[in-house]
Design a protein around this ligand. Sequence first.
Ligand code: SF4
Ligand code: SF4
Length: 76
Amino acid sequence: MAKAIGEIIVNIEQCKGCELCIDACPEETIALSETINKKGYRYAVTVNQNCTGCANCATVCPDAVITVYRKIEKSA
Ligand code: SF4
Ligand code: SF4
């Protein structure tokens, strides 16, 4: 069975820490950073490898600062 593997890249300096992406992620892959960006906001970071590339986070982000990469890995 093929498995979807995803990865997100967050433009951290543009993130406002609104947490919408955190709520939208079914894999609990996103959390807020402990440190702040230049605007003074905590920003979205990934905390596990469970991302499937579903793009929910990128869809809900009001500032469109998340880019999603997705590949399908075929099992042997
Ligand atoms: S692409 Fe989907 S699984 Fe991956 S971090 Fe975003 S919401 Fe979570
Ligand atoms: S939805 Fe966008 S602006 Fe809000 S915390 Fe996530 S990446 Fe940052």
